[in-house]
Ligand binder design. Structure first.
Ligand SMILES: Cc1cc2nc3c(=O)[nH]c(=O)nc-3n(C[C@H](O)[C@H](O)[C@H](O)COP(=O)(O)OP(=O)(O)OC[C@H]3O[C@@H](n4cnc5c(N)ncnc54)[C@H](O)[C@@H]3O)c2cc1C
Length: 475
């Protein structure tokens, strides 16, 4: 009997460890595979309700997927170090398999599970699955991990990529009855200690992920590079939560976009490759996390002196609530609350605003995103924040500070995105919106009486941010 422990791979096909388990079961005359998911309090304590909600919906679909094929997904709650060996013993497993996770927390947990399985003499195997190229497989010529993306990205594009792994045959799946263990109920959000998310989320699970991939490969992928920075153009894939939870396999995504090349013009091929470069960024940040797990709480880049971040609860709360008086920032922060998602360009703008206008530590922003984003992914979220804060690998130079007004004007010229999320500005002229910081108090009151005045003066804060970084650099 093979026990497949699902974690961030909530799907039946293109799942490397599951395929390995089913191959091993097929090779054994009496072999079969059963699946397990464990709600780990150690992981849940870092989660927010949008993510847990996405997780539960995906698990319900996955359980259905197994049951339709005569198999079962067992569900338990507790510390995996105890639960996984217990379940392995209860079902008399010959081997436990799983796909690797890359954060420091997950690796420590997995090491404990490995030891616990060793102690009871049950073998186990883990596989690289969530990314196309595992950490250590793309390095400098000296064998060092890359700290800048460009060369990493080139090598990533040039490397052979595996085809999607096949789903297990139904006849190899074991149902819970045969195992003489309870399948276990899927808990509710409330039972796990979470409120219903205030955000209206996209549908979760493999079917929904595939629909998104399909739709993207018919349209957005062909104009991806031209349109990806404009939040209203809907040219991005919206696959981030799917990739985070593995409701779709990375090889399936990659090869689907490769097949879009067949109908593409030369110019469109470049758009497809730009999309694939984002998949490479995802892998780059995963490698960074693997080799430097401490980045979750520490700056990747060393400065001579501590960066003099300021603590100001009122400014932080205004940023979280989308009440900064900078329309593009507020629209992004409100999209986060209402959808559990934010467009990439706007993530960059709000992260720059927090760190370089409000001078607040990137860790505050990272914590808020971790709670509110449905797609929070330790590697990508951390990479994004440290990039914006100029503390990361291959980060934005400290002196390049986004101007939130010109960013808004450039990427949302008609203020459609802003108006969608900031209802106080729904009737306001885009020109007034993009010049909100320069308008007089009377003009602002006349144009949109409910919308806040700017909480800081961008030009002054920019100077302060430069001084803060120069002091950190010892200048
Ligand atoms: C401050 C900040 C925080 C972020 N936090 C997260 C996060 O928690 N989870 C997350 O998946 N992405 C994060 N990103 C990256 C990016 O914003 C999202 O991946 C993207 O907006 C998701 O939308 P999409 O699926 O339509 O992306 P697409 O543009 O369609 O990209 C496809 C996939 O590539 C990956 N990707 C895209 N851009 C990046 C990037 N810059 N870095 C790494 N991977 C990328 C994602 O998996 C994404 O789903 C963050 C960026 C910033 C600036």
């Amino acid at each position: 009997m093979q026990l497949h422990w699902h974690r961030r791979d909530l799907r039946g096909s293109d799942n490397r460890a599951l395929t390995a388990a089913s191959e091993a079961a097929e090779a054994d005359s009496d072999g079969s595979v059963v699946a397990l998911f464990v709600f780990d309090p150690g992981v849940l304590k870092h989660a927010g309700s949008p993510r847990v909600s996405y997780l539960l919906e995906s698990l319900a679909e996955l359980r259905q997927w197994y049951r339709e094929r005569g198999g079962e997904l067992l569900v338990r709650r507790g510390d995996p170090e105890i639960v996984v060996p217990e379940m392995a013993e209860a079902i008399k497993a010959d081997r436990v398999v799983w796909n690797r996770d890359y954060s420091g927390l997950a690796r420590k947990r997995d090491a404990r599970v490995r030891t616990a399985l060793n102690d009871i003499g049950i073998s186990r195997a883990s596989f690289h699955d969530a990314i196309c190229h595992e950490p250590g497989s793309i390095t400098t010529n000296q064998g060092e991990p890359y700290s800048v993306f460009t060369y990493f990205g080139r090598k990533w594009h040039d490397r052979h990529k595996d085809a999607p792994y096949p789903a297990p045959d139904a006849d190899v799946l074991a149902d819970a009855e045969r195992l003489a263990v309870e399948a276990g109920d899927l808990p509710t959000l409330a039972e796990l200690g979470f409120d219903e998310p205030e955000a209206d989320l996209l549908a979760a699970g493999t079917e929904a992920s595939r629909r998104r991939l399909e739709a993207f490969c018919e349209d957005g992928v062909y104009r991806y590079d031209d349109d990806r920075d404009y939040p209203t153009r809907k040219s991005t894939s919206r696959l981030s939560a799917d990739l985070k939870y593995g409701t779709v396999g990375i090889r399936e995504v990659y090869w689907k976009t490769e097949s879009a090349r067949e109908d593409a013009t030369e110019a469109e091929v470049e758009q497809i490759e730009e999309f694939q470069s984002q998949l490479a960024w995802r892998e780059f940040y995963t490698h960074v996390l693997w080799f430097t797990p401490e980045v979750v709480s520490e700056n990747y880049k060393e400065y001579e002196n501590e960066i003099g971040w300021e603590q100001d609860e009122d400014l932080l709360e205004a940023w979280k609530d989308g009440r900064t008086g900078y329309p593009i920032v507020d629209a992004g922060m409100r999209q986060l609350r209402t959808e559990g998602f934010m467009h990439n360009r706007v993530r960059m703008i709000v992260a720059s605003f927090l760190t370089k206008d409000l001078l607040i530590d990137w860790r505050e922003g990272y914590d808020w995103f971790r709670k509110k984003l449905v797609d929070h992914d330790t590697a990508n979220d951390n990479g994004g924040w440290q990039w914006a804060a100029s503390t990361g690998t291959d980060a934005q130079p400290y002196f390049r500070i986004f101007n939130p007004m010109t960013q808004g004007e450039r990427y949302d010229p008609n203020a459609e995105y802003i108006k969608k999320y900031v209802e106080e500005l729904a009737e306001t002229d885009p020109e007034v919106i993009h010049n909100w910081h320069e308008a007089s108090l009377t003009q602002r009151r006349n144009a949109a009486p409910e919308y806040p005045d700017p909480i800081v003066d961008h030009s002054k804060r920019r100077e302060k941010a430069l001084a803060m970084f120069e002091a950190a650099r010892g200048e």
